[in-house]
Design a protein around this ligand. Structure first.
Ligand code: ZN
Length: 287
């Protein structure tokens, strides 16, 4: 079944677990997430960034929507990092149940005003909105973008931003970066800052750039109050590593033979993440 982000994260927050949000742009990666969610009885979020949306084309999401709507598992179909109203409206038109309006690169007042506009539009058609304050770092191999230097979310701004914009959930910058970290780089989450933000926030919190952070840090973040963790690079990397190996070994070109081992590897990572977030066997809470 297809639900909005507000319902998905309210139940997760209330029950002390987080839901994984997996970036899936084509059918093998999409199937990996959906089939593993069904196997593990775990709620899940399918998300795409605007560039991925354009790559897959709007028609692809007719299939995605139908597959999710007909599943017994609760899913959200979400636009990750929409930067303009137009990008968000295209996703809403394609049947997404949630959009992120990312105005984090704008001056604070402008981010607040433009996020408010998007919330007013989206809520009229029952679509949830994720906002962001502070900025998330970026590694050169990431599609989602970000900035070189992370600006941490200011807890004092959280109350003001949530009240003025009416967002349903909030992405916070506590020291993660998008993409796979280079060898030797040790990412550190500012968990004490996260605790302060959690005390100030009245909406569920979102962690971006969670690939490669230590499991202990992510687990702690979920316990403190992160209700949605974005996972993009980790499971895609596992998929393509295997696909590359199969092609190198066999020169294979038959999709079922090349992609099936990749799907199996992606599913292993997805399952590990679902366990880490505590979402396994939580689907029943939504019925
Ligand atoms: Zn992100």
């Amino acid at each position: 079944m297809l639900i909005d982000m507000k319902e998905m994260l309210e139940i997760a927050s209330k029950n002390g677990f987080a839901v994984g949000a997996f970036n899936a742009t084509e059918s093998s990666l999409f199937r990996s997430v959906v089939e593993e969610a069904e196997k593990q009885n775990s709620p899940a979020i399918i998300q795409v960034a605007p560039g991925e949306f354009e790559f897959a084309t709007r028609e692809f999401y007719a299939y995605v929507r139908e597959r999710l709507a007909n599943s017994r598992i609760p899913f959200v179909l979400h636009l990750d990092h929409g930067k303009t109203v137009q990008e968000c409206m295209k996703a809403i038109q394609a049947g997404f149940t949630s959009v992120m309006f990312d105005g984090s690169a704008l001056p604070y007042e402008e981010n607040t005003a433009r996020t408010r506009e998007m919330v007013e539009l989206a809520h009229q058609v029952n679509v949830s909105v994720e906002g962001e304050i502070g900025t998330i770092g970026v590694m050169s191999n990431s599609e989602e973008g970000g900035v070189e230097n992370v600006t941490y979310t200011n807890p004092d701004e959280v109350v003001d931003f949530v009240t003025k914009t009416g967002v349903d959930c909030l992405a916070v910058a506590v020291g993660t970066a998008h993409g796979i970290y280079p060898k030797g780089f040790v990412p550190r989450l500012q968990l004490d800052l996260l605790e302060k933000i959690k005390r100030a926030a009245s909406v569920p919190l979102v962690l971006h750039g969670g690939s490669n952070n230590s499991d202990d840090e992510i687990r702690s973040a979920c316990q403190i109050g992160i209700a949605k963790v974005n996972i993009s690079s980790d499971f895609k990397y596992a998929f393509f590593k295997k696909v590359n190996e199969v092609i190198a070994e066999t020169g294979g070109f038959i999709p079922a033979k090349v992609f099936t081992p990749g799907i199996q590897e992606a599913k292993k990572v997805i399952y590990e993440k679902m366990q880490l977030f505590g979402s396994v066997n939580k689907a029943g809470l939504y019925f």
